[in-house]
Design a protein around this ligand. Structure first.
Ligand SMILES: C[S@@+](CC[C@H](N)C(=O)[O-])C[C@H]1O[C@@H](n2cnc3c(N)ncnc32)[C@H](O)[C@@H]1O
Length: 218
């Protein structure tokens, strides 16, 4: 059964547009990092709560988010390993503890071997921030379903596109990540829950990761 579709972001459209403009101009230590203030605050909370020893990010771009995650985990005293995967080879900083991989979210088995995954220190946190097309998001969710353990999270970024984009632009993303979250929860929802304490911390879905903070519960 398809789970009920939770509401989208409670922020009115003009604010979404201006926050998105600011997000696309955000840098961390001079490296572009496409995160908005809500999600920077929510990730700080998630990292402190879950203390991940391993973080896998799908969608590295210029490495700004990997750099920020590595710095934050270091400040929290968490011995960490980050694997950040991208289909494009872009210039990225060298960051202790971070390995950038060339890879495709739709074919993660070619990049992340069972040996690598089995050896990862736990807890694991996965962040899906690739092309925001449902086929990619669903492939990433299904891939990590075989690896995530109860208490661990997979975060699907940018379900905000439903609220942010008009119908034509949303169609260029085949509808964005939210249909993939819904399809995945219809398949596997008995073992996952949407963490509404995170999604709704600042108002209903005042996050770009709309209904996207998924916790494995069984
Ligand atoms: C939104 S950006 C990532 C932003 C970065 N995580 C941050 O917060 O600064 C999306 C990235 O996903 C990559 N990408 C697109 N499709 C992909 C795929 N199928 N597999 C892996 N990476 C992909 C793009 O090349 C791009 O660099």
């Amino acid at each position: 059964m398809t789970p009920p579709r939770r509401p989208g972001c409670a922020l009115p459209r003009p604010f979404l547009d201006s926050i998105q403009a600011g997000t696309m101009a955000t840098t961390y230590k001079d490296v572009p990092m496409y995160k908005n203030p809500f999600d920077l605050a929510l990730y700080q909370r998630l990292l402190w709560q879950t203390k991940p020893r391993s973080l896998i990010e799908i969608g590295a771009k210029f490495g700004g988010s990997a750099l920020w995650f590595a710095d934050l985990l270091g400040r929290y005293g968490i011995d960490h390993t980050i694997h950040s995967i991208d289909i494009d080879d872009l210039p990225r900083p060298a960051i202790p503890g971070v390995t950038f991989h060339h890879g495709d979210g739709r074919n993660l088995g070619a990049t992340l071997s069972p040996e690598l995954l089995r050896a990862l220190p736990r807890p694991l946190l996965v962040i899906e921030d690739a092309d925001h097309r449902p086929a990619t998001t669903l492939a990433v969710l299904r891939f990590f379903d075989a690896w995530l353990q109860p208490g661990e999270y997979i975060v699907v970024e940018d379900g905000i596109v439903d609220d942010l984009f008009d119908a034509d632009r949303l169609a260029t993303l085949d509808g964005g990540p939210r249909p993939a979250i819904e399809a995945f929860l219809a398949e596997r929802g008995q073992d996952y829950e949407i963490d509404t304490a995170l999604c709704d911390a600042y108002g209903v879905n005042m996050t770009w990761n709309v209904n996207g903070f998924l916790r494995r519960i069984a």
